[in-house]
Design a protein around this ligand. Structure first.
Ligand code: NFK
Ligand code: ZN
Length: 266
C-alpha cells in the first residue's frame, strides 16, 4: 500500500522540561495547506507536568497517592495501582460544574475546543491577571491572525512546588476573546482566579461565554507562536475537572519549524 499520509514519523528526540521532558516527535512530510509546500518537520511538545506523589495541589485539596493492589513483584499475574487524587492536578481541564451548580460535568463537555490551532502568548512580564493588551500586541506582531485557542505563559520557569501567586485570567480577556470566536484559554498557573477569590469571576466569565479552561500547563521553552493543541479531558461523567495529556504539535508556521520549499518528500 502506498503511504498516502501527509506525514511520516522519522525519529524521536527528547528535550528537558519539567523533569520528565518535552517529547519531540520530528516528523517529515509534505504540507499542502496554508500555502506551504515542500518538506517540513513537525515536533510534538509535551506541555504536561509529571503527575506523582510529589505533584503540588491546591492547599487542602486531595494530593495524588497510589497503592499497589496487585503486584507482579509478588505472586500476582499483573500489576495494578489504585489512585486517589483531585482531578485539578497537573495539566487539567475545568468543567463548568467546578463553579456552577447546574454546570456541565467534564464528561459531557464538547471536545472540539481541546483540539486545534492555538496561539501561545508570552505574559511573563505582565503583573497580575493575564489581560488583553499583550495578546493584541502578539497577534499584531505575528501578522494579525487570532486562532480559536489561546495559551498564556506567565511563568519563566514552571514551579515545582505550590505557588500562591499565580496569575489568573482577567474576565475582560475572556470576553474579548469570546467576542472574536475564541473557544478555549489555557494557562500555566493553577487557576483562572487568584487564590483568595471568593467570587471566581475568571471561571464564571469562561462559563458565561462557553470558553473551555485549561490550567497547569508547563510552557517552559515554548516560544510564542502558532501550534496545534491536543489536550482531551477524560470522560469522567460526574466530575468537575479532568487531567489532560496536553501537547503542542508544531505547524509549518510555528517558531523554528524548518521548511525547504520546493523539495520533494519521499
Ligand atoms: N479553581 C481551582 C481550584 C480551587 O479553586 C480549589 C481547589 C481545591 C480547594 C479549594 C479551591 N478553591 C477555593 O476554595 C482550579 O480550577 O483548579
Ligand atoms: Zn482547575
Amino acid at each position: 500500500m502506498p503511504n498516502t499520509s501527509n506525514y511520516q514519523t522519522v525519529e524521536i528526540d527528547t528535550v528537558d522540561c519539567c523533569d520528565e521532558g518535552v517529547w519531540m516527535f520530528p516528523r517529515i512530510g509534505r504540507h499542502t495547506g496554508d500555502g506551504h509546500t515542500g518538506d517540513w518537520r513537525a515536533r510534538l511538545i509535551d506541555i504536561s507536568p509529571p503527575i506523582s506523589e510529589s505533584t503540588p495541589v491546591w492547599p487542602g485539596d486531595t494530593a495524588f497517592t497510589r497503592a499497589v493492589t496487585s503486584d507482579l513483584g509478588g505472586s500476582d499475574a499483573v500489576t495494578i495501582n489504585r489512585i486517589t487524587t483531585t482531578p485539578h492536578i497537573g495539566a487539567h481541564a475545568d468543567a463548568p460544574a467546578h463553579t456552577r451548580i447546574d454546570g456541565a460535568t467534564i464528561g459531557s463537555v464538547p471536545l472540539e475546543p481541546y483540539l486545534g490551532e492555538a496561539l501561545v502568548v508570552d505574559m511573563t512580564g505582565v503583573d497580575g491577571a493575564a489581560c488583553i493588551r499583550p495578546v493584541e500586541e502578539t497577534v499584531e506582531r505575528l501578522g494579525g491572525h487570532l486562532p480559536q485557542r489561546l495559551i498564556l505563559r506567565t511563568y519563566p520557569k514552571y514551579p515545582r512546588e505550590w505557588d500562591n501567586d499565580f496569575a489568573g485570567v482577567s474576565p475582560e480577556l475572556t470576553h474579548w476573546f469570546a467576542d472574536r470566536g475564541g473557544v478555549l484559554i489555557g494557562i500555566d498557573g493553577a487557576s483562572f482566579d487568584p487564590m483568595d477569590s471568593k467570587t471566581m469571576d475568571g471561571h464564571h466569565a469562561a462559563s458565561d461565554r462557553s470558553v473551555a479552561i485549561l490550567e497547569g500547563l508547563c510552557l517552559d521553552d515554548v516560544d510564542e507562536g502558532y501550534y496545534e493543541l491536543i489536550a482531551l479531558p477524560l470522560k469522567f461523567l460526574d466530575l468537575d475537572a479532568s487531567p489532560v495529556r496536553a501537547v503542542l504539535r508544531t505547524l509549518p508556521s510555528s517558531p523554528s519549524t524548518p521548511t525547504h520549499a520546493g523539495e520533494e518528500s519521499s
